[in-house]
Design a protein around this ligand. Structure first.
Ligand SMILES: [Zn+2]
Length: 378
């Protein structure tokens, strides 16, 4: 009798663990589903990154490439979001461009999930949410909050010491950081292959100007910044003055020559493209942040950061109003718009004409969701 009871308890425990495994697997698998994007009518074609470098076919590094314009020759522009999927303003800005713009002269190529693998996991010790929703006029849209690094289930193990394709020695886990792997390697780690494929786009599409959208912690010195390769010094300084005139303070940072593997350095060195990286201040990824929460991602409010600002520890102003994601996206949009108009001023023979780009003032006023398609649009 006692044996039967024991067997029953063991059976129940086994069933319970199977059920737990089943539900946690579902949660785990959900992280690998991409949210649907709804490109504007101006989309000329949608490619995969692997069409520029077949080494990415059937890998988690393959990702969508959205192409606008191209009918009338002009400047060719590449805009990258999601190189670091824990920096939501970069990703959301790329999505806003995809869902709104029309290009009547020149070409704009947008890659919203540059490190696609990084969107499939989060960093456990950060306690980050899996994602966040933005309210559109027709309902909520969900966006994933990922990790700065490629998912270890896609690239493992990390070396003890990582020597990147440009010879820089870094800690092992940086082998999964897309923005340390340029110019990439066709037969390297997955992240190096992604970097290589992005270099291939730059070369094959004859890109003139490439912009990498990022965010950084408010205590990091390179924040609210335009980081530029020396070949885009004129463009960056010209744009800085224009941005100041419309009320956006940025600092200019020359890409350091001895810090290798970063987009703004290697894109410029290896493809002679004008290379720019934009940074906004994101409290949800900083070391001083309090509890990770939806409000921290969306409203950008955090008491620790308000306190740190009072002690002069931050590189941006920070008060009880926080730095909401809509302001950070508005800042990216303002910088992109001014960079494009400055590009036209400096390169009249290669004009780029973009219509329906959401304006920074409207995004600040109405919020991001007003410029996103509702979730049900086909
Ligand atoms: Zn970043």
């Amino acid at each position: 009798m006692k044996g039967l009871k024991d067997r029953l308890i063991s059976g129940l425990l086994l069933l319970l663990s199977l059920a737990l495994c089943f539900f946690s697997t579902q949660k785990f698998r959900e992280q690998h589903k991409k949210e649907t994007l709804f490109p504007s009518g101006g989309l000329a074609s949608r490619e995969m990154l692997s069409s520029y470098f077949p080494g990415l076919i059937d890998t988690p590094g393959d990702t969508e490439v959205y192409i606008y314009g191209g009918q009338n020759p002009g400047g060719n522009i590449l805009i990258l979001g999601g190189a670091h999927p824990n920096e939501p303003a970069g990703y959301v800005t790329a999505v806003l461009l995809i869902e709104n713009i029309q290009v009547s002269q020149g070409k704009i190529i947008v890659i919203p999930r540059a490190n696609n693998s990084g969107f499939t996991h989060s960093e456990p010790q950060e306690g980050n949410l899996r994602g966040y929703s933005l309210e559109t006029p027709g309902g909520k849209r969900f966006f994933r909050f990922g990790s700065r690094l490629t998912n270890p289930i896609h690239q493992w193990p990390d070396p003890t010491l990582y020597i990147n394709p440009s010879g820089q020695k870094l800690s092992g886990q940086e082998s999964r950081n897309l923005n340390r792997c340029y110019p990439g390697k066709p037969k390297g780690y997955l992240t190096e292959k992604i970097a290589f494929a992005i270099m291939e786009i730059i070369k094959k599409e004859k890109i003139d100007l490439a912009i990498d959208l990022h965010e950084a912690a408010p205590e990091y010195p390179v924040v609210n910044a335009i980081v530029f390769h020396e070949n885009s010094a004129e463009l960056a300084s010209y744009s800085l003055m224009e941005l100041q005139q419309i009320g956006f303070e940025f600092r200019l940072e020359l890409s350091p020559n001895n810090l290798r593997g970063l987009s703004h350095r290697e894109w410029g060195d290896h493809a002679q493209v004008m290379a720019i990286l934009l940074e906004t201040a994101n409290p949800s990824q900083g070391r001083l942040k309090g509890k990770s929460s939806l409000s921290l991602i969306i409203e950008g409010k955090d008491r620790n950061y308000s306190k740190a600002a009072k002690f002069g520890l931050l590189f941006v102003p920070f008060d009880g109003e926080g730095i909401p994601i809509k302001l950070r996206v508005a800042r990216h949009l303002a910088a992109i718009k001014i960079l494009l108009s400055s590009f036209n001023e400096l390169n009249p023979e290669k004009r780029i004409e973009v219509n329906h780009m959401p304006s920074s003032s409207q995004v600040k006023l109405k919020g991001i969701g007003q410029f996103l398609c509702p979730p049900y649009r086909k």
